[in-house]
Design a protein around this ligand. Sequence first.
Ligand code: HEC
Length: 266
Amino acid sequence: MMTKLATIFVLLALSGFVTLKAQTTSEEIAKYREMLADANPAELFEGAGEELWVKPMGPNSKSLQSCDLGLGAGVVDGAFAQLPRYFKDTQRVQDLESRLVTCMQVIQGIDVKDIMADDFGKGHKKNIEAIVAYVVTHSKGMKINPPMKHSAEKIFYKMGEQAFYFRAGPMDFSCATCHGVKGQRIRLQDLPLIASNEGAALAWGTWPAYRVSSGEFWTMQHRLADCYRQQRFPSPQYTSDVTIALSMFMAAKAKGGVVQTPGLKR
Ligand code: HEC
């Protein structure tokens, strides 16, 4: 019974029942975003991230300045615009966060288990979030351009596409249930049509983002974990292949769009 009621509620919410109110609210949010555009609080995280990038840390007391984000050791400019991508040393397709975990492990000697054990916004993950803010800012205004040449990248794209349309759980939801219909809203939030180039560019291109409602800086890993929660799925493991595959799918769909990170969200 509860499930049925919940389904009806969701359907009502999705059906445009709340469109009128939503219109004004999205306008309000847009206005708010404009007001804050010149001073995105994400800058505080960027500043902290820049310091962390050059600071010797971990058992090896090394900085991350030799970390290769895909464009060569230590190159930060433009690196995020071309992620996720295949890395030869790990033989894995990696997004920015999994790559930072690799560098923290290999260069700084930090135990991956310790990173995994932290919650978002805490400990090592808090550091990663700040470094992410720093790195993505150095791709701002560039074209979203994941290489998509290596066969592993193409396989990850396919896996991401499958994960995007995979329906399961108590509500039989997939990502596409909420993000595959034009003009859909939930809790007065506009939901971009991620399976289209324009929608993917908006969604992928404006994350990671500072969230005004919580005062937190959210990375894409955090965003995906929360969407899986909304989907009533088990929580995905941090930097697991399915999360990277979903990012590969979104980034490739968004190709040619503009990196507008860090975004500013509700
Ligand atoms: C039950 C509905 C629901 C499902 C299912 C869902 N999401 Fe979301 N998603 C949302 C909502 C609501 C937001 C906006 C949240 C906010 O800003 O507070 C959002 C935001 C996003 C964004 C950021 C969009 C932007 O423009 O800011 C991305 C990317 C995203 N979701 C990806 C996914 C992926 C990938 C999946 C599948 C693993 C998924 N979502 C499943 C409801 C859902």
